[in-house]
Design a protein around this ligand. Structure first.
Ligand code: SF4
Ligand code: SF4
Length: 431
């Protein structure tokens, strides 16, 4: 398989922002790291795919290793998943091995995982290739191994639903339909987190479509603290943050990027907010926040929101062209790094998710949607340009959108057979 073929299939990173995979693999590095950490609480999609679709993933690993010139692949799996490791181990060729990762958050953060496996530190603002690695998600590799256009998405549905499950659905079905496939919500008044409890977003409507990057749907009662937190407006975060931070530093002392030696100190960003002060290095430091939300949802004893204070600082840092000025070779991990890991169990308790079943078995669901809405932007880069018009008949896998010439982007394919009934920022197909 070639990089062009991967682009043709519309494959993008299935576990993050949807970076086009053909661009990511256009590199030459010695090591391929497979990110199977899946550290978001209650999500089970990658673990289930490792258990049930390892052969497809291993084909994807071999293709990716060939394309990126890798001599070794390492699959990062949480050390608690003994059954998964035992099932995969006999299938592994000599140049592919498993690395058991700690069951902590955020063990799936690229920078944290690269350091756990290789002991190398990606420099602030850098990429895994800076330390000789390319990092790929389990489902992305599986999509490469399948050698078919990306038309379906695996995801876990968890929280306040009757039957938490992991399933594959046509891209473009609504999240409301997917929640019904998990037996429906168990409460009448609920909110939905898309992507995860720690790094997700609140769904604006149950009609939002499933995209190529959605890995989890968490249903929670509307009065759950997480739903309230995610809905808090910036003006309120700002007001409370300005008056209530006691500068205890817990946010910094537990920050996974600070512990890697990166120049990010959320307590300092909070101090700047309180006193209305700012300096170049403080503003620049916010760029190195990975937005894991640990400081806001776990570390801060005052329930403040240092993560969003950091996020708000990023545009100014980018506008001013600020960058890390130190010598990356001098960066060292904090001596307490390994003792300050936040276990998933403690995180689930703190988030108030311990009342929900932490399971998500891969389940085949026979579902034939009457309509799908496929956004033309489901990936990093420019939106795709529609390649169909209203009235066109399409079959599953047909091309319906492609990137402009030389633009960074991804192809979009029909996920059901039917007739194109609308074309705007999305393509609607009616069965
Ligand atoms: S943990 Fe909370 S109170 Fe403590 S320094 Fe950080 S933002 Fe302030
Ligand atoms: S969200 Fe908070 S804990 Fe996470 S990297 Fe940013 S500052 Fe650190």
């Amino acid at each position: 398989m070639t990089l062009d073929r991967i682009a043709e299939l519309g494959i993008v990173g299935a576990g993050g922002a949807g970076f086009p995979t053909s661009v990511k693999l256009n590199t030459q590095v010695p090591q391929l790291l497979v990110n199977g950490a899946e550290c978001e609480p209650l999500l089970h999609k990658d673990k289930e795919l490792l258990m049930h679709h390892a052969d497809d993933m291993l084909r994807g690993i071999r293709i990716s290793m060939n394309l990126a010139g890798c001599t070794e692949a390492v699959i990062g799996i949480k050390n608690k998943y003994h059954g998964v490791m035992d099932a995969i181990q006999p299938k592994l060729p000599a140049d592919v091995r498993i690395f058991p990762l700690p069951d902590s958050y955020p063990s799936g953060d690229e920078f944290v995982m690269v350091n756990d496996i290789t002991k190398r530190i990606i420099p602030p603002g850098g990429l895994p290739k800076d330390v000789g690695c390319v990092v790929m998600n389990v489902e992305t590799l599986m999509n490469i191994g399948l050698d078919k256009p990306v038309t379906h998405k695996y995801l876990t549905v968890a929280g306040a639903v009757a039957d938490p499950i992991t399933l594959s659905v046509p891209i473009g079905v609504t999240i409301g339909e997917v929640i019904e496939m998990a037996g429906g919500a168990t409460v009448s008044d609920f909110g939905v987190l898309l992507g995860g409890a720690m790094m997700g977003t609140v769904a604006q409507s149950l009609d939002q479509p499933v995209t190529k990057t959605l890995g989890g749907i968490i249903v929670l009662p509307s009065d759950h603290s997480l739903i309230k937190r995610y809905k808090m407006p910036w003006a309120e975060i700002h007001q409370i943050g300005k008056s209530a931070c006691d500068q205890c530093r817990f946010c910094t002392d537990l920050c996974p990027r600070y512990l890697l030696g990166h120049p990010i100190e959320p307590h300092a960003a909070m101090r700047a907010l309180m006193f209305g002060t700012s300096n170049e290095q403080l503003v620049a430091a916010t760029l190195y926040c990975c937005e894991c939300n640990l400081c806001s949802l776990f570390s801060c004893p005052e329930d403040l929101d240092p993560k969003n204070v950091c996020v708000q600082g990023k545009p100014a840092a980018r506008e001013q062209g600020l960058k890390f000025k130190g010598d990356p070779s001098e960066i060292e991990t904090h001596p307490m790094k390994d003792y300050r890991r936040v276990s998933t169990k403690r995180l689930i308790l703190k988030l108030g998710l311990d009342n929900f079943r932490n399971v998500g078995p891969l389940t085949k669901v026979d579902f034939k949607p009457s309509k799908v809405v496929l956004p033309l932007k489901q990936h990093t880069g420019a939106p795709a340009i529609a390649a169909v018009k209203v009235g066109d008949k399409v079959k599953v896998g047909d091309l319906i959108g492609k990137p402009a010439e030389k633009a960074l982007g991804a192809r979009i394919h029909a996920s059901i057979s039917g007739t194109v009934s609308a074309v705007n920022s999305s393509v609607t197909i009616t069965a």
